[in-house]
Design a protein around this ligand. Structure first.
Ligand SMILES: [Cu+2]
Length: 114
């Protein structure tokens, strides 16, 4: 197994572990809402999303190719999502976060947290 494969395997493991705890945190806060960003045709949809602090965003890859949703400031990173995989991120602080796909840097989106 190469170093790259081991690193990717670790990222998947971390993502799998992170999802249940984030879901539990959102459930504990009655005001938290869940939003979905679908990745299809090498585009994020919606590309620009406004949410409230405490809300959760689930990034779902519906493309054949692998993609990531990686914050420009690195405050979040879904890691590589293959077709059908998803990752949930909870946003706690207000502000605008621009993100991109590490594998296809021309893919861009933003989350605005109010
Ligand atoms: Cu991509």
């Amino acid at each position: 197994m190469s170093i790259i494969n081991r690193r990717q395997a670790l990222r998947f493991t971390l993502a799998a572990l992170a999802v249940p705890s984030m879901a539990a945190a959102a459930a504990a806060d009655g005001h938290a809402a869940a939003h979905t960003v679908t990745i299809k045709g090498s585009k994020y949809s919606p590309a620009n999303l406004t949410i409230k602090a405490g809300d959760k965003v689930v990034f779902v890859n519906a493309d054949g190719a692998a993609h990531t949703a990686t914050a420009k400031n690195r405050s979040f990173d879904t890691g590589s999502l293959k077709k059908g995989q998803q990752a949930a991120v909870t946003f706690k602080k207000a502000g605008k976060l621009s993100y991109f796909c590490e594998l296809h840097p021309m893919m861009k989106g933003s989350i605005t947290v109010k």
